[in-house]
Ligand binder design. Sequence first.
Ligand SMILES: N[C@@H](CCC(=O)N[C@@H](CS)C(=O)NCC(=O)O)C(=O)O
Length: 216
Amino acid sequence: MRARMAISYSGITVALREVILRDMPAALLASSPKGTVPVLVLPDGRVLEESRDIIDWALGTHDPDQWQPVSGEALHGEISCLVDENDASFKKHLDCYKYAERYPEHSADYYRAQGELFLVRLEQRLGRHAWLCGERMSVADISIFPFVRQFTHVDKAWFDRATYPRLQAWLGYFLQSGLFSGVMEKYPQWHEGDAVTLFPGDRAGRSQSHEQHGAG
Ligand SMILES: N[C@@H](CCC(=O)N[C@@H](CS)C(=O)NCC(=O)O)C(=O)O
């Protein structure tokens, strides 16, 4: 989701190949044997296999609202650290909480409490400034939002009752945004020989076109 949000925001059009994870197409595995999505194949043959690399590439191509601070700024390091923490520990707790039956060493409540340590930090950050890393939206907000969304969806009633007013408002902003609804559109599974599907939508006049494999 975050790679698609960054591509959509940057105004680049890619050829989208929707993948069902249990039915990985040979073409995807030929480009990226590690068999995860998203994968972006660039016209020069480079293959980006991590969503963060795709985001960096998209913002490096066009970043109209400067989501990515200039390299070398202290903010750059702060954003990287926060997203690293999201991708490592918070994502691990999210997976355990979401699929608690697969991790019977602890209860779902335990995993939720572990994940909440990160939510508390996000809430505190939003108390200090309007967005996670400052007064403007940054790549940190975009990179972390999909995971917070998943976490809160495990037990939405719980999250609605919980006292994270700023995080709830922050999440609500994204859920109502055109950026989010634009990436939630469903696409049919891609098969070899299919006509090209453009993402995001068919935009006349776009000149850049790359190939992206993604799961919905
Ligand atoms: N580090 C990767 C993680 C991507 C990831 O976990 N993708 C999931 C789908 S959202 C996947 O491909 N899972 C298939 C698998 O691990 O077998 C990234 O952010 O690009």
